[in-house]
Design a protein around this ligand. Structure first.
Ligand SMILES: NC(=O)c1ccc[n+]([C@@H]2O[C@H](COP(=O)([O-])OP(=O)(O)OC[C@H]3O[C@@H](n4cnc5c(N)ncnc54)[C@H](O)[C@@H]3O)[C@@H](O)[C@H]2O)c1
Length: 436
């Protein structure tokens, strides 16, 4: 099928390349010339495992092209819109400027029978408000939220755990759903749940999924706070409650909490939208979820201060990690960088390293000092802080090796990802999150 993908960021670039990899003819459209230039050469503008391969393949096959010219959308049967919906500069609500601009620009090139599938995460009610822009051209709007995880985005796009499609009622909606089934044919053929809903439900599925995940993380981090004042160990607690299948162990890793370009802004946008709808109290708990999450960053900083005897001023601190999570170079609202910035603000000589995200981190936080190599960051450090659980730190860094480079013996495990006893046995003063 002929497909256009409008917005080629973390979501759209992967979506475009993945759609080409399953056999469609795809044009990716973005307003960012540099991104389009890189993508046109088959180069991934950000780090995402497996993306470079399917991009190169798609571009070489001629089935995948990129442009800044919206007119290239004309002739595609399905148009996916995956532009950004960041937090508004002056509030909690989502900024829909990019979504509205993309729909306005696309409208001129729609043809009767086309399907426009919104993929951006939007406040409930957005699709209904946009539907007439699409239907005026004789096309149909569907809302098809995206659940991909950065770091697994290629796999999640080609082989998602479910597909959700919000459509208008009646035959028009059924036709739209059938066309999207055809777009996602390999996943549909293998029995992936394909859930057809109305617009509001599809929009809410996405934000409620993120609200649930954020709540699960903040729940265990709240338990970590209680563990800290009682001497309990939150990792054992998580293992023990996680054996209950109704609870499950995943997303129960206590640490410095969630960040990135989705969870924080999505729970805030959900709160803001619920307030607008007169149901603010229904999701008032998300304010607590957010507050618990932010407190954990402060806690990690306090552990470094305590570990260094009351002050970090003038002390060298190696910060291992900058990306908001491993297998990504995304530093948007990264808790790792937030910890680094706070330590820097307290007068520490912070050296940040990350296997993939140094370049992005340097751009967003030029005031910090960076080291490309882990061992360079560790050299001469008075304290070591692990804030992104890359294998390079979690599995491949032995406490003995770290001790051979660092000056001090203080390690703060912001992700509870190290073997505490191995580090202690090697002479380190180990400080975890919610662990004695
Ligand atoms: N990144 C994720 O893991 C993820 C997962 C699920 C859902 N989402 C949602 O997907 C949306 C996009 O997220 P992202 O992380 O890809 O953001 P991003 O900032 O990486 O990408 C957005 C892209 O849209 C482009 N753009 C902006 N205005 C445009 C316009 N008028 N026409 C064409 N292109 C335009 C930007 O230049 C940018 O390249 C958001 O709503 C986000 O919440 C993201």
């Amino acid at each position: 099928m002929r497909i256009s993908v409008i917005g080629c960021g973390y979501l759209g670039a992967v979506h475009a390349a993945a759609m080409a990899s399953i056999g469609h003819d795809v044009v990716g459209i973005d307003v960012d010339e540099r991104k389009v230039e890189a993508l046109s050469q088959g180069k991934a503008p950000f780090f995402e495992p497996g993306l470079a391969e399917i991009l190169t393949e798609g571009v070489a096959s001629g089935r995948l092209t990129f442009t800044t010219d919206m007119a290239a959308a004309r002739g595609a049967e399905v148009h996916f819109v995956g532009v950004g919906t960041p937090q508004q500069a002056d509030g909690y609500a989502a900024d829909l400027t990019y979504v509205n601009a993309a729909f306005d620009a696309l409208a001129a090139y729609l043809q009767p029978g086309d399907i426009v599938a919104g993929k951006s995460t939007v406040p409930v009610g957005t699709a209904a408000a946009l539907a007439s822009t699409v239907s005026d051209a004789g096309a149909t709007l569907a809302w098809n939220p995206e659940f991909l995880r950065e770091g697994w985005a290629v796999q999640d796009t080609i082989d998602p755990d479910r597909l959700v499609v919000g459509v208008p009622s009646g035959e028009e909606g059924e036709r739209a759903a059938d066309i999207l089934r055809a777009v996602y044919h390999p996943a549909v053929a293998k029995g992936t749940p394909f859930i057809v809903t109305d617009y509001a439900t599809a929009e809410l599925v996405k934000v409620s999924a993120n609200a649930f995940l954020a709540t699960k993380i903040s729940f265990i981090n709240a338990m970590a706070e209680i563990a800290e004042v009682t001497g309990a160990d939150v990792t054992q607690l998580a293992d023990a409650i996680g054996h209950d299948v109704r609870i499950g162990r995943r997303f129960l890793g206590a640490g410095i909490g969630f960040g990135g370009g989705c969870l924080p802004k999505d729970i805030r946008a959900f709160s803001a939208r619920a307030e607008e709808l007169g149901r603010g109290e229904s999701v008032a708990f998300l304010r607590e979820v957010d507050a618990i999450n932010l407190r954990r960053r402060e806690r990690a900083v306090q552990l470094v201060i305590d570990g260094l005897g009351g002050s970090v001023f003038g002390r060298k601190v190696a910060v291992l990690g900058a990306a908001f999570k491993p297998h990504s170079d995304d530093v948007r609202d990264s808790p790792a960088l937030d910890v680094a910035v706070r330590l820097h603000g307290l007068g520490a000589e912070v050296v940040v390293t990350d296997p993939q995200a140094v370049e992005n981190a340097r751009r967003s936080h030029p005031q910090l000092t960076y080291a490309e190599a882990r061992d360079e960051a560790l050299t001469g450090a008075d304290a070591v802080v692990i804030v992104t659980e890359w294998d390079e730190y979690r599995r491949e860094l032995s406490p003995e090796h770290a001790a051979s480079l660092a000056r001090g013996r203080v390690v703060v495990d912001g992700r509870n990802c190290l073997n505490a006893s191995a580090w202690r046995e090697a002479g380190w003063s180990y400080h975890g999150m919610g662990r004695p």
